[in-house]
Design a protein around this ligand. Structure first.
Ligand code: AKG
Length: 282
């Protein structure tokens, strides 16, 4: 199931997102944009530990299986800033989080908020177990449709920065699981970090294979993860998480003053919709 870049949601996209919990947007980024993102990843691909580089937090714990993560990646340069409201997906993300309240648009807030954005580099043997699912009931990441509108708590846009096919550690999803009421009986409790890193033996789970530049848009409530990479080389991707503008940062990291100063007003209010509240009694 695929959609087209740049377009607002069609009735078919609305139907499929509701039914399956995700859409694939082919060619969401151009080859030049993908190449520019990869320059950043080339620069940091060998990092191990926990540190900062120009307001990007680099994290790679060798004892864990998740690989290198670059948190706050919208700080990493122009191409990463352009992903904040990229025309290939931004209108669709806003549509699915349902931030269409005119009062929000008119001043206090913006159309959406990015509570986390990161890039990821994984090598052979690395993975991320299946997690989430509608049965968990987490409000922040919930799937909800009410009164004719989507009201999703978190819509993720995961963009492949190289080709991700069989054996590459593709994102796994269980289509429809954003609405599940019961835990999948073939999955295990969340503390088993190394388990559930393959679709094998998990009925209904599929790998989503992407070409470099394709985007996978999914509601976080869908059960998802990434398969263990068995091929040599790296899997490279980035995720921007969109939610309602009244949300707050997932981790204890906020945009730098330098980023806020150089962003357009439209982008600034997506990364920092919150204004300093007025104190009671002055
Ligand atoms: O690494 C992946 O493919 C899945 C990422 C993920 O779990 C998420 O973005 O919530």
């Amino acid at each position: 199931m695929e959609t087209v870049p740049g377009a607002a949601c069609t009735e078919l996209e609305r139907y499929l997102f509701d039914l399956q919990g995700y859409l694939v947007i082919p060619n969401a980024l151009s080859p030049a944009e993908v190449a520019a993102c990869n320059v950043t990843l080339d620069q940091h691909q060998d990092f191990v530990g926990d540190g900062w580089h120009d307001n990007v937090r680099l994290y790679n714990d060798a004892s864990r299986q998740e690989g290198l993560v670059l948190q706050q990646v919208y700080e990493a340069g122009l191409v990463w800033e352009s992903l904040i409201d990229h025309p290939s997906w931004f209108a669709k993300a806003v549509h699915f989080i349902g931030s269409d309240d005119p009062e929000n648009f008119d001043g206090h807030h913006g159309p959406a908020f990015i509570d986390e954005c990161f890039a990821s580099v994984r090598g052979p043997g690395q993975a991320l177990r299946l997690h989430s699912g509608g049965h968990v009931g987490t409000i922040r990441t919930q799937y909800r449709f009410h009164a004719g509108k989507f009201h999703c708590g978190q819509v993720n846009v995961l963009i492949a920065l190289n080709d991700i096919g069989p054996g590459d550690g593709a994102t796994m999803v269980i289509p429809g699981s954003h609405k599940s009421n019961l835990r999948h009986p073939q999955t295990v409790p969340v503390d088993k970090r190394d388990a559930q890193t393959s679709v094998d033996g998990i009925a209904g789970a599929v790998e989503v294979h992407l070409k470099a530049g394709d985007a996978l848009m999914f509601v976080d409530a869908i059960m998802h993860g990434s398969a263990r990479r068995t091929n040599p080389g790296q899997r490279r991707m980035t995720v921007y998480r969109y939610g309602p503008s009244w949300g707050y940062f997932r981790h204890d990291m906020i945009p730098s003053a330098a980023l806020l100063a150089r962003l357009t007003p439209e982008r600034r209010r997506i990364v920092m919709p919150h204004k300093a509240p007025l104190a009671a009694n002055g």
